[in-house]
Design a binder for this molecule. Sequence first.
Ligand code: GTP
Ligand code: MG
Length: 370
Amino acid sequence: PDVITVQELANRMAERAADVIKTLMSMGVMATINQSLDPDTAQLVVEEFGHNVKRVSDADVEEALVVADDSEEQLLGRPPVVTVMGHVDHGKTSLLDALRATDVAGGEAGGITQHIGAYQVTMATGSKITFIDTPGHAAFTEMRSRGAKVTDIVVLVVAADDSVMPQTIEAISHAKAAGVPMIVAINKVDKPGANPSKVKTELLQHEVVVEEMGGDVQAVEVSAKQRTGLTELEEAILLQAEVLDLKANPNRVADGVVVEARMEKGRGPVATVLVQRGTLRTGDIFVTGAEWGRVRALVDDHGTRVSDAIPGMPVEVTGLNGVPSAGDDFVVVENEAKAREVADFRQRRIRETQAAAMKKSALENMFSQS
Ligand code: GTP
Ligand code: MG
């Protein structure tokens, strides 16, 4: 059964807990703030306060988060979101750094210190590409297991002097399982032992057939170190994006996904959010995972404060009540009551799951000891 504590009930009604306790007393129920109430008692209290009673189910909550579908004519082009994957030391970070340095909006090249889990590169042509700088497979798999479709394209980095290695194969299977198209970046071609043909041949064994071999996977030879092939790689990404025909409606309430989140001194919980639909604005009320908040400030990947963020744009959000997890959804809702309702519901569900797991392991212990 769905129980709720006095405190949670007060939160959901946006009333003071003390007033809820008083009301309970007037009904002949002595309760403390952390006490759980059965649904019927809770319903009486809610009615006593003159609120409408609505018992929320899982489906209700998810439904509350869904805004009407966007019609075709509301959709506008959006930048592709790209994740770089590959074997350890094959140059993922170096390549991301090199690509970031090609950003014409970023001021002087190379002066990058700001760490953000995602960033956007504006090319000389004005085209934009969003890169997610994940620590490799972990974040990608985690996001995928949460059902968040974040990445449009995977760039598979393979070092030309080392060729296909275990984590290369792993990355290929991740991309295939997620149904995300791949572009191969054959890196370190500046090295004396570089052998790009060997890479292409070995990829064949894993059903990655590059164009040169008669397949449809684009392969670009690059050197993150000498910064060669970067424009070609970006052009390959844009070409693939064109095929995917990526669109989103910017004129609606925003939703997106948390790329990373942390607690920061002086700023509180900070989340890097990739906006997927709509426009996120300062002051918006949102739910993210089991947390909620009101956007206090938005900071872009250059460390500049911005007033809004459109689809494909990564931004740092402050104004959260807690730290969400990477891969959590991020959804703007109508009002604070709705935000609290969803967040409370999800927190309760987490607690219930934890309690059930504890009960299970306690039982298992009992049986294993007997
Ligand atoms: P992990 O994050 O540990 O998996 O590694 P990574 O894939 O991010 O590789 P990283 O960018 O850290 O590069 C690994 C090493 O390769 C570093 O010493 C780089 O300087 C070097 N390296 C990366 N790209 C190139 C390149 O194009 N040419 C040469 N010669 N060295 C490179
Ligand atoms: Mg790295």
